[in-house]
Write a protein that binds this ligand. Structure first.
Ligand code: TMP
Length: 216
């Protein structure tokens, strides 16, 4: 029996409050309706062990965690996620819809924290081993809009505490946003920038449209 065609690997990126979860849910519904088996997942996390690393890296504890260590933890979680979930799913012909991936490391640890891009790219080639997303949707919006949306969401959910990244101030997120836009400019074939200030319905429709053509 011949092995199934490799599935597609789609990643979603953006600053806090960009609406990634809403778009991910809409895309998963649309693909499932088209008869495609979809695995929705996220980073850091996605498998039990990688979710443990997520808790470690997002927690604001007493002990200092350097930006280099933060980067290594992101890649440790990523290596586990790729080995145990993403690669096997793609090999089975499933489509993987991933909420954040390596562009988040480039934007948050690279542009945001100032980690050397060469350090990030050497870890990227070791951990990806040639695997790249087929499509990356960057949900872009002004930082003040995203942060306010994220604040409202935390209030509605009754969540008082902020994590290691949510605790950052606006200039950090301005660097992250600029870092993301820079990646999209350098890789226009892989990355599609969507205006995330529009209504959720409009952004979801634009995301669904952006996936057209990936099946062939
Ligand atoms: P989430 O809130 O979208 O689930 O993501 C968790 C946080 O982790 C978010 O603030 C961005 C951050 N992050 C990085 O800093 N680097 C990474 O490589 C990834 C995947 C996430």
């Amino acid at each position: 029996m011949s092995s199934p065609a490799r599935g597609r690997f789609i990643t979603l990126e953006g600053i806090e409050g960009a609406g990634k979860s809403t778009v991910a849910a809409a895309l998963a519904r649309d693909l499932a309706t088209a008869g495609i088996v979809v695995r929705s997942t996220r980073e850091p996390g996605g498998t039990p062990l990688a979710e443990k690393i997520r808790r470690v890296v997002l927690e604001r504890g007493d002990e200092h965690v350097s930006a280099e260590t933060e980067t290594l933890l992101m890649f440790a979680a990523r290596a586990i996620h790729l080995d145990n979930l993403v690669r096997p799913a793609l090999a089975r012909g499933e489509w993987v819809l991933c909420d954040r991936f390596t562009d988040a490391t480039r934007a948050y640890q690279g542009a945001g924290r100032g980690i050397d891009p060469q350090f990030i790219e050497s870890l990227t080639s070791a951990v990806h081993r040639g695997l790249e997303p087929d499509l990356t949707l960057l949900l872009d919006l002004p930082v003040e809009v995203g942060l306010e949306r994220a604040r409202q969401r935390r209030l509605a959910a009754g969540e008082g505490a902020v994590d290691r990244f949510e605790a950052e101030a606006r200039p950090f997120f301005e660097r992250v946003r600029a870092g993301y836009l820079d990646i999209a400019r350098r890789e226009p074939r892989r990355c599609r920038v969507l205006d995330a200030t529009r209504s959720p319905t409009e952004v979801c429709a634009a995301a669904v449209e952006a996936l057209r053509g990936l099946e062939s």
